[in-house]
Design a protein around this ligand. Sequence first.
Ligand SMILES: Cc1cc2nc3c(=O)[nH]c(=O)nc-3n(C[C@H](O)[C@H](O)[C@H](O)COP(=O)(O)OP(=O)(O)OC[C@H]3O[C@@H](n4cnc5c(N)ncnc54)[C@H](O)[C@@H]3O)c2cc1C
Length: 642
Amino acid sequence: MLEAERKQGQFPLLEMSHLIYGGKEQFDKFIERQSFFDNHPMFKANHDFFNLSRQDQILLNAERTVVALKQLSLADPSYYTPNVLCFQGIFVSTVHFAMVIPAFQVLASDEQIQKWMTLLKNLNAFGCYAQTELGHGSDVQNLQTVAVFDKQTCEFVIHTPNIEATKFWPGELGLYCEFALVFAQLIVDGKGYGVHPFWIRIRDKDTHKPLSGIEIGDIGPKMGYAVKDNGFMSFDHYRAPLDSLLNRYIKVSRDGKVERQGNPKVGYGSMMYMRNILCDQYTKFAGRALAIAVRYSLYRKQFKDDNKQEIRILDYQCQQQKLFPLLAEFYACVFGSVKIKELVNDNFNRISQQNDFSMLGLTHAVLSGAKANYTYFVANCAEWCRLSCGGHGFAHYSGLPVIFFEMSPNITLEGENTILNLQLARYLLKQLQHIVSKPNAVPEFFKFLQLETAKLDDVTSLDNLVTLLGLNCANLTKYAAQKLMSHSDMKESWDTKSGIALAKAASTFIPYFNMLCFVDTINNKAKDTKQILTVLARIYGITMLLNNMQGLLLKNLLSSQDIRTLQDTREQLYPIIRQNALCLVEAQGLSDNSLQSLIAPKEGDVYMNMYNFASKENSLNKQQVHNGINYIQKMREVNAKL
Ligand SMILES: Cc1cc2nc3c(=O)[nH]c(=O)nc-3n(C[C@H](O)[C@H](O)[C@H](O)COP(=O)(O)OP(=O)(O)OC[C@H]3O[C@@H](n4cnc5c(N)ncnc54)[C@H](O)[C@@H]3O)c2cc1C
């Protein structure tokens, strides 16, 4: 049935695949890695996984990690492609590779790197990133764990002064790691020097038990994320050696002299590493959810047309409204993430090769906004895909709930999204000031802040959509600035009077940025690819405006007729996407095994799949009469007395 749909595609599939993965080489690598997982019995889709206890899920995941590590390197972010993460949980050691090692590379001195890096890479020094505490997460400067320097013994005394200061949430702390990168307030001779990282052994090398003076455990079940052992840890005057302080930017000498050196801003580097992975790799999970939802919507039929033929649910305009704007947004984020990766690499090279920090502010701002925007999008997309699949979307065998569970924490971790949007807002305000005082200092991406008004004939053309998205953000930024300035106490105003306006302004920047990247990607493409991408880009631009146009309404820059035109145009574009929908999701090259879905195979009988799982594989049915039946008898007895 789907073969006919595939034949309707109007663009060369392979060219689109290369675009999605950032080039032929990357796509070929992806396919090669995917085939390893497709062909290994350990990684065959296992829909009974969610019947297992958390203990068993953790063990199975660890066993899979061992096999996977033979084939992939978690030290290389390009391996975080969906096939690596297509299982029912993220591999053991991802935190170690994606957070601990990058932080070490940035914060440790050359000697410390020399001493530890090989041990870190071969997992002989397996660590977690222990920053967050029960009482403080986003507010890193107010963490309460202390590291007090003891001049007599030349050691740091790491201590948890109260319950709130207990480290809480670090992944891989609960069960696995032997070391921790502990962030604590450095205190020397009674003076505080702020929060710094300490690399310390926390479990015994031979017995794996917590060392004396340290209490460690797993924090308990969460919303999904079952295989990750997010942990807690507290210290009772635990003594760590002098060189446990990662000392690229701050040194404490044996006699207690504290010396700061270099540019501590480099510390942003480790955050950028993981945020870039979240934008570049995790965005692909939205594509996986869309592939399931679109395919299922082609298999699934409900109600009959005038010719008594059942209608595929993808033919309903309301179903298209659920999925096609998300499909367009997926492509927008993929193309945006390519540009972001370039920015991050450029910034990194400038700093490491020329000590040039000129791109740091811009990169940090764009990456903060993109991390917030993309992670909201992926979770939202997973949830809407689930809803678009009706009842079957709710079952784990659809492959959809797990995407939502595993992706939604990304909204909170690595910089909570509201806080990140507020950081971008700060940068937007700075550029707004520069527009007046030093216009040449404003980076190209932020020149749109100059925009005041626009007279546009066709609000739905690509170029005009870019202008309107820019204007929308510019007006919201100016509105937020006025709000902020209308109170004398700037800090109070930021926190309690203008936060909503600031976060809102920032949240409209990435749609503008994505649209710029989208148009850039389209520009040099062959005709057929260009045509379908233009349709997607217009749907994306229109959707972003329709969802969020307050900045234009504030200045009466859109009429009610314009809004109707935007809505009508988007609806007129849906039939083109309908014809290409299957090819647009299949351009990702995801195998059935990667989709992990019984409701969306490449070809097959979805109802037979679901029936077979329920009747043959669902382990709850293994026992014909379940022990729970004993309680039914007890319930009857209780009710008999009523
Ligand atoms: C699955 C998962 C894995 C994690 N892994 C790790 C790990 O490996 N290591 C680690 O150290 N930590 C880890 N964390 C913790 C994570 O980094 C923090 O939860 C995150 O930084 C958010 O901090 P918080 O929990 O203190 O939230 P809070 O900052 O308390 O946020 C709660 C609410 O308050 C709002 N808020 C807070 N401050 C402001 C403000 N200034 N302005 C406006 N609104 C504000 C937020 O927007 C949010 O709505 C993990 C968390 C999760 C969920």
